[in-house]
Design a protein around this ligand. Structure first.
Ligand code: C2E
Ligand code: CA
Ligand code: CA
Length: 611
């Protein structure tokens, strides 16, 4: 074909393409105009460019011009048989056209009616093409005249046109593909396939405009607890897989929602508040979502239990804008995280809490430097010997103005910004200093327990650092006890178990704190070698003890005893509770009834009751 000279029209077409490519941003439009021009010139009623999808046995319509301007759906499919494909390839390799006669001679190859605009039209020629990157296809030129035979000259001209079309068209298509890709990237999150934040905001605003003003919505801000450490441990590919599982779990639990990944492991879900929906039902749905997601992850990553925290904001669309609502859901999420709750519904007091937490976070280093932190001791009492046998060190914070900030307020904040790593070691050092002083003065001593934040277990050298510190003060290891909260074991059994074993091997006492506060696992007791089991104060403090509670406490005590684990019951506030625990043969007790946390001078006065 290259040997044939270009006619005037072909030149004209080339220029047309060049000019339009420069000026048009919508390149589909350029092709459309081009097809139109060809159609007018040759009096055609239909021009179509199709791509051959050999592997699927069909043509896909890429561009189409119709005389009556009906726009048929692009990308529609025209299927053919394997015989047609062989025939088509043959024609293409020989650079031959496919005529109307070819189609009707082989009616079983392809349904010609799907190719043509008019059923009775039989003036058509098709030119096979192949591109540089071996994509093949067919251009169909269909004449308005019935039974029209294209002249040799016209056919040559159409060959030229085909070459022009194919050359430019593929340049254009690559450009278009790139554009679509960019559009996809700027609309969707590449990892999960969910909307990205910007698109989400845009779509939400559109929904708000469309729906009646009093429509109620729910925004849920969700993140995965400890995802960062999961990523570090299993790698980023595994992390991505978890994010996709997250997306999948959303679709299993919530219907009619749309969601986006804001960044990292932070997701936002928007749905309408349907009639009959209550706050309880929302939080139940979130619990269910957590379960589905957590189980999915656990199926693949057996040693991990990834869970979520969520903040919920329920609102009627006022003019505040979606970002404000997302912010509120986010504040609720942060509160939920600090309170170790699965989900919390936003209320305005959270703004105050958030500010306070930021303040607590900001002044931490200064407060440590100025010795604002110290510890108090709360005695542990042996019910049998009626003596004090130990004490728990509890951190306290007195501000320069004399006001106190309590651990339940600042510890969650410091666990989040990891300042707790410093603070705990500061308290451990102070406890060692205290013990050292008594040892040096030849005074009697009892073991003191300290609390271990979950954050330490993220670092392999925790126990090594403990030993180094304690050895600086030359404190015998059996005088120190480390309290590890039960839930830490549920979160990450592997690193918690290693820490437990290393502490025990180094001769320290180890207790399981807050046993029974969450979803307890009695299995843990069987698997792990603790010295002491600390029953959470909620066990005995939640209203009046019911018969069932007593049975539970009694069986935990007897089970622990069989395993040679000492049982301590926390939060004992009344005589009745103490009497009951004595009856159930609980070894140790701790609580206001026997002694509140007190300063060291006060505690030292108790030594006369110490065995
Ligand atoms: P925890 O380890 O369960 O400590 C016992 C908490 O119960 C203490 O609260 C104590 O004052 C309180 N308590 C003791 N007896 C009773 C009672 O009879 N009734 C009631 N209602 N409460 C009682 P505190 O000192 O406010 O500490 C709260 C939590 O903060 C602790 O719970 C512990 O998880 C954490 N914490 C305290 N000190 C430290 C520390 O130095 N490091 C770390 N990482 N966490 C600490
Ligand atoms: Ca404790
Ligand atoms: Ca406790």
């Amino acid at each position: 074909m290259n040997t044939i000279e270009m006619d005037n029209f072909s030149y004209e077409m080339s220029h047309f393409v060049m000019d339009n490519m420069k000026s048009h941003t919508d390149l589909r439009q350029v092709i459309y105009l081009l097809l139109e021009k060809v159609a007018h010139k040759f009096n055609l009623n239909h021009v179509m460019i199709m791509e051959n999808k050999t592997e699927l046995g069909c043509f896909r319509v890429l561009y189409e011009w119709n005389k009556d301007k009906t726009i048929s759906s692009l990308n529609h499919i025209i299927s053919y048989t394997e015989h047609f494909n062989i025939f088509f390839m043959e024609k293409m390799s020989m650079g031959e056209i496919i005529t109307y006669k070819d189609y009707i001679d082989r009616p079983t190859y392809i349904n010609i009616e799907t190719v043509l605009t008019k059923n009775n039209c039989n003036s058509v020629i098709s030119l096979p093409y192949i591109t540089q990157d071996h994509k093949s296809g067919l251009i169909i030129f269909e004449s308005i005249k019935e039974n029209y035979n294209f002249t040799e000259e016209e056919i040559q001209s159409l060959y030229h046109l085909r070459n022009i079309l194919i050359n430019y068209f593929f340049v254009i298509r690559d450009y278009q593909d790139a554009k679509e890709k960019i559009e996809h990237i700027s609309t969707y999150d590449s990892v999960t396939g969910l909307f990205n934040y910007e698109t989400f905001v845009c779509k939400a605003e559109q929904i708000f405009k469309r729906e009646p003003e009093n429509t109620k919505y729910i925004i849920i801000s969700v993140d995965i607890i400890n995802f960062k450490y999961f990523n570090e441990y299993y790698g980023y590919d595994a992390g991505d897989e978890v994010l996709r599982l997250f997306n999948h779990s959303i679709s299993l639990i919530f219907n009619k929602v749309f969601a986006c990944r804001m960044f990292s492991d932070n997701f936002v879900i928007l749905c309408k508040m349907e009639q009959g929906m209550t706050e309880q039902r929302i939080s139940r749905a979130i619990d269910a979502f957590n379960k589905v997601f957590s189980n999915k992850v656990h199926e693949t990553y057996k040693e991990t239990k990834l869970e979520i925290t969520a903040g919920v904001h329920i609102f009627c669309n006022t003019k505040s804008g979606i970002r404000k609502y997302i912010d509120n859901a986010d504040k609720a999420r942060k509160s939920a995280k600090l309170a170790s709750k699965r989900s919390i519904i936003y209320n305005e007091s959270m703004d105050y809490e958030l500010k306070r937490n930021i303040m607590i976070s900001n002044i931490a280093e200064d407060a440590l430097l100025h010795n604002e932190f110290y510890f108090e001791l709360q005695p542990k009492y042996n019910l049998k010997s009626k003596k004090i046998t130990g004490a728990e060190a509890l951190v306290r914070w007195r501000r320069p103005d004399g006001s106190m900030i309590y651990p339940n307020e600042f510890i969650p904040v410091y666990e989040q910004n990891e300042f707790i790593l410093k603070l705990d070691f500061y308290i451990y050092a102070k406890v060692c200093e205290y013990l050292k002083k008594r040892i040096d003065q030849g005074e009697s001593i009892i073991p003191i327990s300290v609390n271990v934040s979950r954050v330490h277990l993220r670092y392999d050298d925790f126990v090594k650092r403990v030993i180094q510190l304690v050895d600086v003060y030359q404190i015998p290891h059996h005088l120190l006890e480390f309290e590890i909260t039960e839930s830490i074991f549920l979160e990450n059994i592997k690193s918690a178990r290693i820490a437990l074993e290393n502490l025990k091997n180094a001769g320290f006492l180890v207790s399981m704190d807050d046993f029974g506060a969450g979803y307890s696992s009695l299995n843990l007791l069987r698997k792990l070698e603790f010295d002491i089991l600390k029953l959470d104060k909620d066990f005995i403090n939640e209203g009046k003890l019911q018969k069932k509670d007593k049975i539970v406490i009694a069986s935990i005590i007897s089970m622990a005893k069989e395993m040679q684990i000492t049982v301590l019951c926390e939060g004992v506030e009344t005589n009745e509770q103490a009497a009951l625990l004595e009856e159930l043969e609980c070894d140790l007790v701790q609580g206001y009834y026997f002694g509140r946390p007190m300063n060291l001078e006060q505690f030292d006065m108790l030594y006369q009751y110490i065995k």
